[in-house]
Design a protein around this ligand. Structure first.
Ligand SMILES: Cc1cc2nc3c(=O)[nH]c(=O)nc-3n(C[C@H](O)[C@H](O)[C@H](O)COP(=O)(O)OP(=O)(O)OC[C@H]3O[C@@H](n4cnc5c(N)ncnc54)[C@H](O)[C@@H]3O)c2cc1C
Length: 664
């Protein structure tokens, strides 16, 4: 992290310099009348979006929930590698890494062939996601992820705090003006369901029961029964036959040996249980699949208590004992595998390229079982995809058409997720093969099939192979061979390089903070950045001085040179000294013109990113979106193509000759 560019500011470095020393933000007295973005729901989707938008002081955001305060326990707990990468972009991965259970192994248990009423361990294998990221797939309470997002919101330039105790009841749109970005075309009505902080019930009751908020955009992060989705009349497609689940966080005494390993147990006659060890060494989560629900049946109508979930788990684990000493949280809930037909309010396929004014994210637009541990992750990733796009459009940096990429990109991921969940559900629900003798005609499976299937889906489950398709923010794959390890459409797969100025080893992916900026990584050629005839040097000249350079066209007058597009150089030459590099690679910034020494890197024997990521020795340009997905891989000499990547969606800023002077 970098600090003090525009003057020394003491205090907590986790607090943005813009607001450091100002103390905690004041809890809002209620709902605002008007905002740029109204977010409904404080789950992982809503809080991630609010966290992202809190980076932009000029954008007003309000996030609202019907609950009375932050979540304390329960719900999802699987934190994929990709989610931790995103938490790193929000500057809080260290806490997740420190607190979470790291998933290193998986165990599979199935009926003992000789004694099918007993279970036996079939396999215990390393988790196949190891190595897909610098982070390990982990498990921690969803509430902790919420806490970190809330803390980040509070410490960020916009200092946002949610408004609780408000239930969204209706949303109206001024459809006649929906294409005028400047207008607050959304009117949302909320009813109070409780008092505000510091307010007595009497005072709360004296206030109007219904309040309205006008917004330029609304985002429904309001869960599976989304009011925003219903108000937009967006249908959910998929399997409406829901399944009931029992889930429990417990402190247990057991002689089952794999209680501290993520374990899938399939019994002969009593169904399946998934054991997920939790943070802190003692807590464990049990997922017990219960019964199928009729089309109009709700899980709430089932007479299931915590004791029933315990008894079901005890039966499955036989002959091992399970003595539940304390239940920290339990729940029964239903899941259908469904996807919304659209994730925004434009018509299907949007033939006229209309602007979206409403979006759905998370469970509001896709629901599925917890088998692959994706509920929290995919919801958070939806919001991470949408947040920077909204910010870019609201800040006047990008064309509004950018927003239309959200639904296309994230709906494709949701469809893939539903397909995965269906296959997993079928595998889990079929009879174990060890039992096949008893019912020879039944479809059967064993834990090996489940293990094999999970292995084929690892990248998706880890979130590391999610690939966004062709769009205005994705170049063709023509030059992919120049950097085989940075796949276009997928997230930038971080690797380390050594900073030239001070020798620090730095994960390059960790330079891509969630601040709305684009990144260009220039992997230098074999002739090096100091050779004036090299492609690397020519590229630097183009970016710094040419009127068609995206840095020049899209950076506002007077702004720091890296305020919109942040460039880094990574060079093959291992004997480079910072003072030998052209100024371009250590630019002057801020009110004092301080040099930025953290933009130039080289490889070393131990940290050879060219080798690790298959980068051609001719070098290349890797363009990375603010959400860390690779938008383009280009040859160093492709100046016009580099410009056209940005010209496709960015809004030109007034040309400023002074800016050019600072780069040369
Ligand atoms: C009881 C329960 C248990 C779960 N257990 C697991 C699990 O064990 N493992 C797993 O992987 N996943 C589990 N999930 C799913 C997982 O929690 C979700 O996939 C994930 O939280 C989705 O995030 P989200 O932000 O989209 O929605 P949510 O987390 O559902 O958040 C939606 C928010 O919107 C608010 N809201 C809803 N309607 C309104 C309204 N009209 N006005 C204002 N606010 C509103 C809600 O109060 C809620 O805070 C569980 C979900 C539930 C509900």
């Amino acid at each position: 992290m970098q600090y003090h560019l525009n003057g020394f500011k003491p205090g907590d470095l986790q607090v943005s310099e813009a607001v450091r020393g100002l103390g905690d933000p004041v809890q809002p007295p209620g709902l605002p009348n008007e905002v740029d973005v109204l977010i409904v729901g404080c789950g992982p989707a809503g809080l991630t979006l609010a966290r992202q938008l809190s980076e932009f002081a000029g954008i007003t955001t309000c996030v609202v929930d019907l609950k009375s305060g932050p979540m304390l326990f329960g719900q999802a707990d699987g934190i994929s590698c990709r989610t931790i990468e995103i938490m790193e972009a929000f500057n809080c991965s260290e806490t997740v890494v420190k607190e979470a259970y790291w998933l290193n192994q998986n165990a599979f248990w199935e009926p003992d062939v000789a004694r099918p009423e007993y279970i036996r361990r079939a396999h215990k294998i390393p988790d196949a996601r190891l190595g897909l990221s610098e982070f390990t797939h982990s498990v921690v309470n969803q509430a902790r992820i919420h806490d970190l997002l809330l803390a980040g919101m509070k410490n960020a330039p916009a200092r946002s705090v949610p408004v609780y105790n408000r239930r969204l009841v209706a949303v109206q749109f001024d459809r006649d003006h929906s294409q005028d970005l400047d207008l607050h075309v959304v009117t949302a009505s909320f009813e109070r369901v409780g008092a505000d902080p510091g307010e007595t019930v009497g005072v709360a009751q004296a206030k109007p029961a219904v309040e309205t908020v006008r917004a330029r955009f609304i985002v429904g992060c309001d869960g599976a029964r989304s009011t925003v989705r219903r108000s937009l009349d967006i249908a959910l497609h998929g399997d409406s036959a829901s399944k009931a689940w029992g889930v429990m966080d417990a402190l247990v005494v057991t002689d089952f040996p794999d209680i501290r390993v993520k374990t899938f147990v399939q019994s002969s006659d009593h169904g399946a249980v998934m054991i997920v060890p939790r943070e802190g060494g003692y807590l464990v989560r049990l997922y017990v699949e219960l019964e199928l629900l009729d089309a109009d049946q709700r899980v709430a109508s089932l007479d299931i208590e915590a004791a029933d979930i315990i008894v079901a788990a005890q039966r499955i684990l036989h002959p091992y004992t399970l003595d539940v000493k304390e239940v920290a949280w339990w729940s029964k809930y239903e899941v259908g595998q469904r996807v919304a037909e659209r994730f925004d309010d434009t018509p299907l396929d949007n033939p006229h390229g209309l602007l979206s004014r409403a979006f759905l994210a998370g469970d509001a637009c896709h629901t599925h079982s917890p088998k692959a541990g994706q509920g929290l992750n995919v919801s958070l990733h939806d919001a991470f995809n949408l947040g920077w796009k909204l910010a870019s459009v609201l800040e006047g940096k990008a064309e509004p058409a950018l927003l239309n990429t959200y639904s296309a990109e994230r709906r494709a991921v949701a469809l893939e997720l539903i397909a995965l969940d269906k296959t997993m559900s079928d595998l889990v629900a079929t009879q174990p093969r060890a039992h096949k003798e008893a019912t020879p005609d039944a479809v059967s499976t064993d834990t090996g099939d489940i293990e094999h299937y999970i292995a084929t889906q690892n990248g998706f489950i880890a979130g590391t192979t999610i690939e966004y398709g062709p769009s205005i923010i994705r170049a063709s794959g023509e030059h992919q061979h120049l950097a085989r390890g940075f796949q276009i459409g997928r997230r930038f797969h971080s690797a380390e390089a050594t900073r030239i100025a001070d020798g620090r080893h730095q994960h390059l992916g960790h330079l891509i903070k969630a601040d709305g900026r684009w990144r260009i990584f220039v992997f230098g050629d074999e002739h090096g950045p100091t050779n004036h005839s090299s492609d690397t040097h020519q590229l630097a000249q183009f970016v710094a001085t040419d009127a068609s350079s995206p840095v020049i066209r899209y950076t506002a007058p007077g702004a720091d040179v890296d305020s919109v597009i942040d460039l880094y150089g990574v060079f093959q030459q291992r004997d480079l000294a910072i003072e030998d590099l052209p100024d371009f690679w250590w630019p002057a910034k801020g009110k004092y013109g301080l040099r930025d020494y953290e933009k130039a890197f080289h490889t070393t024997e131990a940290y050879d990113i060219f080798n690790e990521r298959g980068i051609d020795e001719a070098g290349c340009i890797v363009v990375v979106r603010p959400d860390q997905h690779v938008a383009a891989v280009l040859p160093l000499s492709a100046h016009a193509e580099l410009a056209s990547v940005f010209d496709a969606f960015m809004m030109e800023q007034p040309h400023d000759p002074a800016l050019i002077a600072t780069r040369t």
